[in-house]
Design a protein around this ligand. Structure first.
Ligand code: UGY
Ligand code: MN
Length: 243
């Protein structure tokens, strides 16, 4: 049902907000019985790709030459020996041919980035985990804002993926402006996101891309916590070639 051309989705040069009413599904090479909503890509200004893969039972992903991070939103995926239910995640190094199959109808957030090697530092290996069993850390000591780091710390990885959970009323303590870009998927709850000079109401299901140096701030609203999954490029010098 159209809404007289109205949507909360918005696009600016240093950020965009994409709400589910504007999502368009597209096939991706190598996918079978699956489609993707491509949220972030070089075409939109990002240096990585982020999409939501929607798979029928038995559906599968095609391979990619980039490193890949998968976070299960719904249903069950299998990858080699791994079985991944909701909140489970998998990191697959660049150049690893590992088939991802849906054991049930499933949805997953997928992030892909060309790997930037670092001289003298070993490339990362495959890893999996469950977000709910990762210990959380209070951001800057604020117990109402908990961060779970899904990718291990250290220079082997050239990106980070975290979840952030805000109690109702919790907020970032500052407007952040930084060189890293972000891909952000709202998982639960909602609030107000400041991006550049705009303030947006956001809710579960929304996607945000923030380019380098995009001013950003979030405050949670409502009676339940707000939770998001957030990607950033990390651990590399800004002058290192992006690959
Ligand atoms: O990791 C971050 O930069 C994070 N604090 N940014 C954000 O939540 N917008
Ligand atoms: Mn940030």
């Amino acid at each position: 049902m159209h809404n007289l051309g109205h949507t909360r989705s918005a696009r600016r040069t240093d950020h965009y907000l994409l709400t589910p009413d504007t999502f368009v599904r597209t096939p991706m090479p190598g996918m079978t019985n699956a489609t993707a909503v491509v949220h972030a890509s070089p075409a939109g200004g990002a240096k990585f790709t982020q999409y939501t893969a929607e798979l029928e039972a038995g559906g599968a992903f095609g391979p990619t030459s980039a490193q890949r991070f998968i976070y299960v939103l719904e249903g069950v995926l299998t990858a080699g020996e791994c079985t991944l239910g909701p909140n489970a995640y998998l990191y697959i190094p660049a150049g690893t041919a590992l088939e991802i199959r849906a054991a049930t109808k499933a949805r997953a957030a997928v992030i892909e980035k060309p790997f930037q090697p670092l001289a003298g530092v070993a490339a990362p290996e495959i890893l999996s985990g469950d977000e709910t069993s990762v210990a959380s850390v209070a951001l800057g000591g604020d117990e109402t804002l908990q961060v779970r780091q899904l990718i291990p710390e250290g220079p082997r990885f050239d990106f980070a993926v975290n979840t952030m959970i805000y109690e109702p009323g919790a907020a970032l303590s500052m407007v952040e402006i930084h060189v890293m870009e972000h891909g952000l998927l709202m998982l639960e709850g909602g609030g107000i996101y400041r991006l550049g000079d705009c303030w947006y109401p956001v809710t579960a299901g929304d996607f945000i891309w923030m380019g380098p140096y995009c001013p950003q701030w979030f405050g949670a609203l409502g009676k339940t916590p707000a939770k998001y999954l957030i990607y950033k490029d990390f651990n590399r010098h800004p002058l290192d070639p992006a690959c």
